[in-house]
Design a protein around this ligand. Structure first.
Ligand code: EPU
Length: 417
């Protein structure tokens, strides 16, 4: 079993380069199978979610070539093969093969998706969207069979602007007959990235990034390429580390506009952030003020950065409040932060964090991806040694995290036990 071991209290200086966005890449890879020729995706992060998706494409008889930082995917001979649980449960995004295979072959048989256990993660909006396009859904023995004689464009409204459902319906609709309109679509930058990739192949998608997306079906999708956008959540995680430990820490390859909510909050509480073209330079903030955060859909404060923010809040002078509104169980890091010396109470997904409290190293468990990232931040600021287990959650989403942190002065390593 692998663990991450951190000796805390080392300041961070130098440069961290941000990788391609996990949540874009995990949708772009399944999207590639819609292509009728070969497609290439650049800046794909080398994370275990990438490898799990490649295995699924290979199972479906597609060919994937892994280059230095890109993937070439040939999906001309994709077959309707059942995607079993040992592949689908490795990650949440395996559900994008529902939309992609339905769009391509009008048939998909797939076991339930996996992913972080951060609440009741239903996929009813995805299924509602597929049905609206004319698909029949059979749910049996922990698997879905989704099929259609033909897919016909329709108007779809989501009760909640779901990222996954928006992308999945887009994937199913690009080759449907006629026009599909998604109302109350999610607006996250990752959706724009996926729509751009499909449009590069010849799809006709308008409005991605707004709450109304219009998709005019096309028959053929040709050779195309796309670059994965920089990971705003990975960047945010390192920016928070910079606010706690940075000495001119440079975060390279960021789209600042994707991080407005985080950067504004940090500046409000006294963190000094200097913006240069595609880079940010962060210095440790002194006498940080407490703050209130409510997680919201984009461009509101991202739920994925709320967990890392709880660590920063332990170092603010006074009471900070975090209200998590997207998921029903996204506080997995809190008991471990308390075991390290934090003073946090949680009720109904509202955390009340009393600061400033020193943190002390301890043995802790990464219960999910962002909880794991939070514990790394906690370990970096804590006195003494922190040992994190269940780190496979962290390695699913952060490319070379140990190397990136070591390069800027952290004392962090992976050990085998
Ligand atoms: N929801 C439903 N029904 C649905 C779909 C969603 O009730 O059919 C609910 C969910 O239960 C949840 C809320 O709507 O309470 C938001 O879900 P959404 O569909 O927007 O999230 P997702 O697509 O499952 C993606 C990211 C998450 C990120 C969210 C919100 C991927 C693979 N995952 O999840 O990323 O938190 O959008 O931005 O893209 C992470 O990276 O740590 C992570 C969890």
């Amino acid at each position: 079993m692998q663990k991450i071991v951190i000796q805390g209290e080392h300041s961070l200086s130098g440069t961290i380069t941000i990788s391609g966005a996990k949540n874009s890449a995990v949708a772009l890879i399944p999207a590639a199978i819609l292509c009728d020729e070969e497609s290439t995706i650049y800046s794909v992060p080398n994370i275990s979610d990438r490898d799990a998706l490649i295995k699924i494409i290979e199972k479906l008889n597609g060919q994937v070539i892994i280059h230095e930082d890109s993937l070439s995917i040939n999906s001309q001979n994709i077959k309707n093969v059942f995607i079993p649980e040992e592949l689908s449960s490795k990650l949440r995004a395996s559900y994008y093969f529902m939309g992609a295979l339905l769009g391509k072959n009008k048939y998909v048989e797939i076991a339930l998706p996996g992913g972080c256990k951060i609440g009741n993660r239903k996929i009813d909006f995805h299924l509602k969207g597929f049905k609206a396009l004319g698909a029949t859904i059979i749910e049996e023995d922990n698997k879905y069979i989704i099929k259609a004689d033909k897919l016909i464009g329709n108007k779809i409204y989501f009760d909640f602007a779901s990222v996954g459902a928006t992308i999945n319906v887009m994937l199913a609709a690009v080759k449907a007959e006629g026009t599909t309109i998604i109302n109350n679509a999610a607006k996250e930058p990752e959706i724009v990235n996926v729509a751009t990739f499909l449009n590069n192949m010849g799809a006709k998608i308008r409005g991605a990034g707004t709450s109304k997306i219009t998709i005019e079906g096309v028959k053929y999708l040709h050779k195309a390429m796309i670059e994965v956008i920089p990971d705003r959540i990975e960047a945010g995680t390192y920016i928070i580390m910079g606010a706690l430990l940075g000495k001119d820490l440079r975060i390279k390859n960021v789209i600042k506009e994707h991080l407005t909510s985080l950067l504004s909050k940090l500046q409000e509480i006294g963190v000094k952030i200097e913006a240069r073209e595609n880079d940010l330079i962060i210095n440790k903030g002194e006498n940080l003020l407490p703050l209130n955060i409510t997680t919201l859909i984009y461009p509101g404060f991202p739920t994925d950065l709320a967990q890392p923010m709880t660590v920063l809040m332990t170092q603010c002078e006074g009471v900070s409040i975090l209200e998590e509104t997207i998921y029903t169980n996204r506080m997995g890091q809190i008991p471990y932060l308390n075991s390290m010396g934090a003073d946090i109470k949680v009720e109904n997904q509202i955390a009340q964090i009393k600061g400033k409290t020193p943190l002390f190293g301890n043995d802790v468990v990464a219960s999910d991806l962002r909880a794991g990232a939070s514990l790394i931040i906690a370990g970096l600021i804590a006195k003494g040694t922190t040992q994190i287990s269940d780190i496979e959650h962290i390695l699913r989403g952060y490319e070379h995290i140990v190397e990136k942190l070591t390069n800027v002065g952290a004392n962090i390593q992976i050990i085998e036990e």
